[in-house]
Design a protein around this ligand. Structure first.
Ligand SMILES: Nc1ncnc2c1ncn2[C@@H]1O[C@H](COP(=O)(O)OP(=O)(O)OP(=O)(O)O)[C@@H](O)[C@H]1O
Ligand SMILES: [Mg+2]
Length: 426
């Protein structure tokens, strides 16, 4: 078995809400912070020990008693809802911040790409930052020079390489930061959500590069909300929730669990009470209940036979207003298959004060046998979210004749959605 390269033991991180701006902006601050760290730690320990000194600012645990090990060559995905503690974990592993409790041992040179803003010195040019980062990774100048063209080419920033990075757009910044992190041969590559920034083509290149790094036997930690990418890239994933590890195992299982996220499995024709499910949004109006059927039957959905999904929805509102609503359907690996959004119809829905009922019908829904998760969104006409439920419920599509499958089941070959087709000689 290969060597352990990361060992986190009982990691906890406590923040004071409102006291500090989120994250550290640049190298200088990181260095300055490191220099004053012993003093700050002392103060922090005192303030934790003595609640009277806390000055009234509430404290939150961003991470709680978190332990895991990672072996050389493993590619680990880290998923979880906003605020789950993912970035905090990466900041501890890269020594940008220190844990309040526990410790993390890391063996190997770490190349990292954290939230935009960390890792580069804003006053230095792109070129100088490449050399500075290389030096921090323990590379000598001739080696960095030998990779330089490749880095600039990957980043696609051309002549801007001699401009101070503070003048870069956030896209350029991230492209260069990723190019440096991935090309300077770190033994451990740590990437936080880089894909959220660049355009689709750059995202593809990043994923391909991370694939290379992973297949080159190096260790990768990848935080992302892009579940299909996590699924593709990472054999193993950890799911964080409220700063704790809720699941750790094969990505397929962990992603399933994340998507199901408490969503109950629901049978056709029954109202599902949405009062208790996890949600975000202003709450001015909120979904109350939902039920589904394939239209004319109360039986389980079948592929092709009806090809139709009917949803009954109730929502309560404090005021009368026009709203948009959407119903999305996700498959088990976290790909959004469809989004039926009234915004796309160009026609808002009138919501009365009190309880409202709608019927939303999706025609010709060619789902394959399997489990699906339904997400709901209610927003005002400016796009502000009144209510968002990532996973309202889970439902199954079953094949009525498993011995003679109506569609082939393996989405690796046949894609996530079924289609009707025919062929004829002409
Ligand atoms: N510098 C900070 N000061 C105070 N609180 C912080 C700070 N950084 C993070 N937090 C809090 O710690 C918790 C975890 O935040 P973290 O950024 O690690 O979440 P995340 O999983 O990366 O979320 P996202 O998916 O939105 O990136 C949140 O409650 C957050 O508000
Ligand atoms: Mg984050």
């Amino acid at each position: 078995m290969s060597n352990i390269v990361i060992e986190a033991v009982g990691l906890g991180k406590q923040y004071r809400i409102g006291a500090t701006p989120r994250g550290q902006r640049n190298f200088r601050e990181v260095i300055a912070n490191a220099a004053t760290a012993p003093l700050r730690n002392f103060r922090r320990l005192r303030s934790i020990a003595d609640p009277a000194r806390m000055g009234g600012d509430p404290l939150v645990w961003a991470l709680r008693d978190l332990s895991f090990t990672l072996r050389e060559g493993e590619v680990l995905g880290i998923i979880g809802r906003n605020g789950a503690g993912k970035s905090t974990l990466l900041k501890i592993l890269t020594r940008v911040t220190e844990p309040t409790t526990g410790y993390a041992d890391v063996w190997g040179r770490v190349g990292s790409l954290l939230e935009v803003g960390t890792g580069f010195h804003p006053e230095l040019t792109g070129r100088d930052n490449v050399y500075l980062n290389g030096a921090i990774l323990g590379m000598d100048r001739p080696y960095i020079r030998s990779r330089f063209e490749e880095i600039v080419e990957f980043a696609g920033i051309g002549a801007f390489i001699d401009t101070p990075v503070k003048r870069y757009s956030s896209g350029m910044y991230v492209r260069l930061a990723f190019a440096v992190a991935a090309h300077l041969e770190p033994e451990i590559l740590i990437v936080d959500e880089v894909l959220a920034v660049g355009d689709a083509e750059f995202q593809q290149r990043c994923l391909a590069k991370m694939d290379d790094v992973a297949h080159g036997g190096r260790t990768v930690l990848f935080v992302s909300h892009n579940l299909p990418s996590v699924q593709r890239l990472c054999p193993r994933s950890i799911m964080l929730h409220g700063g704790r590890i809720l699941a750790d195992g094969p990505s397929t299982d962990v992603i399933n669990r994340y998507l199901a996220g408490g969503a109950r499995e629901a049978h056709p024709g029954h109202w599902i009470d949405l009062d208790e499910v996890a949600r975000t949004g202003s709450g001015l109006a909120r979904f109350q209940g939902i039920r589904y059927s394939s239209g004319s039957t109360r039986h389980q959905l079948q592929p092709f036979t009806r090809g139709r999904l009917e949803l009954g929805l109730t929502a309560v509102s404090n005021v009368s207003r026009d709203v948009n609503l959407s119903v999305s359907i996700w498959n088990q690996s976290g790909t959004k298959l469809i989004n039926a959004d009234t915004t796309a119809l160009g026609r808002a829905v009138a919501l009365r004060q009190g309880t409202n009922t709608f019927r939303l019908t999706i025609e010709r829904l060619y789902l394959k046998p399997g489990a699906y998760v339904v997400g709901l969104w209610l927003g005002d006409r400016m796009g502000e979210t009144l209510d968002r439920i990532e996973s309202a419920f889970r439902f199954e599509v079953v094949d009525p004749h498993p011995e003679r499958p109506t569609v082939r089941l393996d989405s690796r070959y046949d894609g996530p959605v079924a289609c009707r087709f025919d062929v004829a000689e002409v």
